[in-house]
Design a protein around this ligand. Sequence first.
Ligand SMILES: Nc1ncnc2c1ncn2[C@@H]1O[C@H](COP(=O)(O)OP(=O)(O)OP(=O)(O)O)[C@@H](O)[C@H]1O
Length: 258
Amino acid sequence: MVKECKQTETEILVTQKLKISYKEQVVLKEIDVSFHKGTITALIGPSGTGKTTFLHALTRLNKSGTIVTGKILYHGIDINDQGVDVYHLRTHIGMLFQTAYVFPMSIYDNIAFSLRCHGMNEKAGINQVVEMSLIKAGLWARVKDHLKQDARLLSKSQAQQLCLARALALNPEVLLLDEATSLLDPVATNTVENSLRLLRGQTTVILATHNLAQAARVSDETLFLNEGLLVEKGKTKDIFTHPQEQTTDNYLSHNFKR
Ligand SMILES: Nc1ncnc2c1ncn2[C@@H]1O[C@H](COP(=O)(O)OP(=O)(O)OP(=O)(O)O)[C@@H](O)[C@H]1O
């Protein structure tokens, strides 16, 4: 039986006293945070501070042996409840990784396969979604005449854009990005950032990045994690110009030209 907890209408994802450990090592310590509908949040913090661990937890990707306590509420339902279907959850909460994992099939089939797996079988409908998602990911113009080409022949940047298109094709309500542009060239990075901006208002985006300029450019809100603690979260403009906490100020002063 899946139990529903209270959440406001615009709060899509809420964590309550979220604590994550790998054996004895506590990586995240009682994180209480909420993410609102249609906003873009940058997750920043030093290496090893738990950003990936946090994103993985939001879509139940943590490796076995990881101990998760506290709650992760998606529309009021704890995603770790026994009755939650993980496959279904991941259609609503998509994720893009640092490395682009394309399927060993054509560009077209990378997206169509995923749509068919989620019950879409009508050819014209699939064609339309393939085109729309490639447009949103900024890749359509480059690949529209080569849709049958093996996706493994794409460049790193194009492959990541294809992964973005594949994620967007399922119309996720939440999109998580873990350093998803760190291996891309500046043009592709810019294209992906533009794609994210277009999602504003509909999709809730959480993006872990070491690229503080990107966090400042793209996000509405910024969440600063340090040593497993949520140090502060607020409007990106405020965090980057007048952080409330000394630790945030120190981190930004050392890593970002203000
Ligand atoms: N599967 C695992 N088993 C044991 N320890 C792990 C595992 N995954 C991550 N860790 C440890 O948890 C801590 C947080 O790692 P995590 O990758 O979440 O940090 P991060 O902030 O994303 O780092 P980076 O910015 O370098 O990607 C690190 O000390 C890491 O070594």
